[in-house]
Design a protein around this ligand. Structure first.
Ligand SMILES: NC(=O)c1ccc[n+]([C@@H]2O[C@H](COP(=O)([O-])OP(=O)(O)OC[C@H]3O[C@@H](n4cnc5c(N)ncnc54)[C@H](O)[C@@H]3O)[C@@H](O)[C@H]2O)c1
Length: 435
């Protein structure tokens, strides 16, 4: 049995590497030749813990990487893991997946195999039936359920734990018609993840499950952020004690209850916008989802307000941003709140210096010489008038009086409450702590 993976980003490369390291015969295909060359040499094009090692392990076994689509003709299962970015109006841009599906269809035309195509990319409900299936059938001149299988298989991995999540998913969702192709797919996943629940449903419900999942997580974050704003008005109140305690209630659950600068990253903002757009065009006013987004946007304003209250006009003020990655243990800055904050501060003519253990290269691509980049935390803090901790990198836990001593004004806004309880000779503000 051979498995193809189309699109070697966070999802596709993690999947190919994990499956190959387990001994499966894998072909990983990407249109980006440069990316393919790096991967062939055992180097991941982005930072993800444990990925390089898993990839190298896979390459020693049966992992083949290529930009040649003809190789999918040998595959029994083809996972589609290309990007589905967002358009300006919030809807998803399907051009990349349409192109990938067209190429798969053209190859199917000449193929004697009856492969199963699994859509892992996140797509709005109805996309597989109304857009992907017609392209595949037209280009291949073949029929779903007879000549090939088409199954929705949304991905739930989190960056920074992509390898663990790919090895040990909490659920497998398979959406599609109940055919022999579905039975074969269930068998594959039962073998891969023997103790994991497999939910089978139709295409559109499966597509919707992914949006339900991410919009619920975003809702939890905005909920705790709104409470953290209230806590800031209660002297001595601490949002972490509240989050920890309500999280012990099994009906609530402990994850995604950490107040902070708002949700960011490659998935939550994009998926929220796509779901809101979809609800609107379906004639449903998504009141709750709109509120979740509004609270998220306001979190950033809160941070700017805290800075202004202390520094006054921010023009020419030297502000240090600690962390631009959307979360620790990744170099991904897609839709990172820190990047949004820098854009807003630049509009106010502040002078920005940033530090991030992994994401400097990606940040430079956006801001080039409009901001300064520090190699060390000490350099980032030197002569600064304000430091804003944005990403919860472990390194920032070690900040102490010695590190702050070269700041011009020792003023810290801690969006992650990393320095709570430390004896620090600084003016300290934190999201979610009542002053
Ligand atoms: N990143 C995440 O944490 C995550 C989690 C769950 C679901 N998802 C979803 O999974 C999908 C992929 O996300 P990602 O973050 O891995 O994307 P990505 O942008 O990191 O990677 C996509 C890859 O596809 C390649 N590609 C584009 N067109 C191609 C084509 N025609 N043929 C072959 N390769 C092609 C690109 O070169 C790129 O390497 C998206 O729909 C996303 O919403 C992502």
């Amino acid at each position: 049995m051979k498995i193809g993976v189309i699109g070697l980003g966070f999802v596709g490369l993690s999947l190919s590497s994990v499956l190959a390291s387990k001994g499966y015969d894998i072909v990983g295909i990407d249109i980006d030749k440069e990316k393919c060359n790096k991967i062939i040499n055992g180097i991941s094009p982005f930072f993800e813990p444990k990925l390089d090692k898993t990839l190298q392990n896979g390459l020693k076994k049966k992992l083949k990487i290529s930009d040649n689509f003809l190789l999918i003709n040998e595959c029994d299962f083809i996972f589609v893991t290309v990007g589905t970015p967002q358009n300006l109006n919030g809807s998803i841009d399907l051009s990349i997946i349409k192109k990938a599906i067209s190429t798969i269809g053209e190859n199917l035309l000449k193929n004697k195999k009856k492969p199963i195509i699994l859509i892992k990319s996140t797509v709005i409900p109805g996309t597989i039936k109304k857009i992907i299936l017609p392209i595949l059938e037209k280009k291949s001149n073949k029929k779903d359920g007879k000549d090939f299988g088409l199954i929705s298989n949304p991905e739930f991995l989190q960056e920074s734990s992509a390898i663990r999540d790919t090895k040990f998913p909490h659920v497998v969702v398979l959406g599609g018609n109940q055919t022999v192709f579905m039975e074969k797919t269930k068998k594959l996943f039962t073998k891969l993840h023997p103790n994991v629940p497999i939910i089978t449903t139709n295409h559109q419900t499966s597509e919707m499950i992914k949006y339900a999942n991410n919009s619920f997580l975003a809702t939890k974050i905005s909920f705790i952020n709104q409470l953290s704003n209230i806590c800031q008005k209660i002297p001595g109140a601490n949002i972490d004690d509240i989050g920890k305690t309500i999280g012990l209630d099994p009906r609530i659950g402990k994850l995604f209850l950490n107040a902070g600068p708002g949700y960011g990253g490659s998935c939550l903002p994009k998926d929220m916008k796509a779901l809101i757009n979809f609800a609107n065009i379906s004639g449903i006013n998504p009141t709750l989802l709109n509120a979740v987004e509004e609270i998220n946007a306001k979190q950033l304003e809160q941070i700017i307000l805290m800075a202004k209250q202390k520094l006054g006009d921010l023009a020419s003020k030297k502000i240090t941003i600690l962390g631009t990655a959307f979360k620790p243990d990744t170099d991904d800055i897609r839709d990172s709140i820190a990047i949004e904050l820098i854009k807003k501060l630049l509009k106010k003519k502040a002078k920005i210096i940033i530090h991030d253990p992994k994401a400097i290269k990606n940040t430079k691509r956006i801001f080039e010489n409009k901001i300064s980049y520090a190699k060390t935390i000490e350099d980032a803090l030197s002569k600064s008038q304000c430091v804003i901790i944005m990403t919860q990198w472990k390194q920032y836990e070690k900040l102490n009086n010695n590190k702050f001593k070269h700041m011009t004004t020792k003023f810290v806004i801690d969006c992650r409450r990393m320095l709570v309880g430390k004896q620090l000779d600084i003016d300290y503000y934190a999201i979610g702590l009542g002053k």
